[in-house]
Design a protein around this ligand. Structure first.
Ligand code: 5GP
Ligand code: MN
Length: 324
């Protein structure tokens, strides 16, 4: 994919990312947005995302993100970032469908290349890494570098997951040379937690259960919990990764009740189980070691259904693949 070719003749373009935007989604979208605003001032560029979580608002110009679907808007091009399928765009999928042309930049193994132009690299650490490769290094501003660095740091678990390649580190180094404060970005957007976030994390860990002969750990946060803590969904970020750290567990399964008997399911694996296959089986998607889906039923139903799929895989060979 060549950015200049993609933009040729376009007057109005929109960018969008997945629902419940995470660090890579916000980082890649903001990175591309800031680059386009500076390098292509004649193109009208809008960025659509659900509300940007508080911690990510340290990224420059996140206040310009449009969080609501406009009544009427027609774009010459819609670029979809970090989105494995069109449903993941949420309400903004209509803008995608109505756009003159569409493009997708993504690293999800489950992505079925649903746009006119697709730049999908499942081996890439993050969509932010892919966005970097589309830009001209010398034209990347410090603000754009901050956004992309945040995205890469988040999807690599701070340069730690197996998806972190030498290329990832080279790109991170190039971004650091823009004069950004990498430590501050990681500290403020990744490690720092509010009191409420720590409290819910504590509850989720305290109430977690070991299943499947202690090879899988499960925890549930209900609507009642969310109400009690006055929490928002982004407050749950990081719980499933913490569950995954549990010694002896191959898979972590985290359920967040988003409406009555409907659960957002997050799966993490250490490598023996391909959780993207499990998520896809239930209509979701993701990566080999980090995936998700939404399921209906009681928490017991959901845990039973998902764990039976985990069990099917547990005795299979170790999967050597990409992490989030
Ligand atoms: P999380 O558990 O953090 O919500 O998601 C883990 C990974 O799986 C992310 O890369 C995310 O984009 C993907 N994912 C989560 N839920 C869904 C889903 O319902 N559908 C698809 N296609 N991907 C999902
Ligand atoms: Mn990503």
């Amino acid at each position: 994919m060549v950015l200049a070719d993609l933009l040729k003749g376009k007057r109005r373009i929109a960018l969008g990312g997945h629902v419940r935007p995470d660090g890579d989604c916000v980082g890649s979208a903001m990175g591309l947005y800031l680059y386009l605003k500076k390098q292509y001032p004649d193109i009208e560029t809008d960025l659509y995302l659900e509300e940007v979580p508080q911690a990510f608002q340290m990224i420059h110009r996140t206040e310009e993100v449009k969080t609501e679907l406009p009544e009427a808007a027609q774009y010459d091009l819609f670029i979809c970032l970090d989105c494995g399928d069109i449903k993941r765009l949420g309400c903004f999928s209509t803008l995608f469908e109505q756009a003159g042309e569409t493009a997708c930049i993504d690293h999800h193994i489950s992505n079925e290349a649903f746009a006119d132009y697709n730049y999908i690299v499942p081996d890439a650490s993050s969509t932010s890494e892919l966005v970097f490769t589309l830009l001209e290094d010398e034209k990347i501003s410090r603000e754009c570098a901050e956004a992309l660095y945040m995205g890469i740091a988040h999807d690599t678990g701070v340069f730690q997951y197996s998806c972190t390649s030498p290329k990832t580190m080279e790109i991170a180094a190039k971004l650091l040379r823009k004069g950004i404060d990498g430590n501050e970005i990681i500290d403020k957007t990744y490690y720092e937690k509010t009191y409420v976030q720590n409290q819910i994390l504590g509850k989720a860990l305290l109430e977690s259960m070991l299943i499947l002969d202690k090879r899988c750990i499960v925890s549930v946060v209900t609507m009642k919990d969310m109400e009690f803590f006055q929490a928002v969904p982004s407050d749950l970020e990081g719980i499933v990764s913490q569950l995954r750290q549990t010694k002896g567990c191959e898979v972590a399964l985290f359920l967040h009740e988003i409406s009555f008997h409907t659960f957002k399911v997050s799966l993490r694996s250490k490598g023996m189980v391909d959780v993207s296959k499990i998520a896809q089986y239930f209509g979701g998607g993701g990566h080999v070691r980090a995936a998700g889906c939404t399921l209906k039923g009681t928490s017991h139903d959901v845990i039973n259904n998902v764990s039976s799929q985990i069990l099917l895989q547990l005795n299979q060979e170790k999967v050597q693949d990409n992490e989030e």
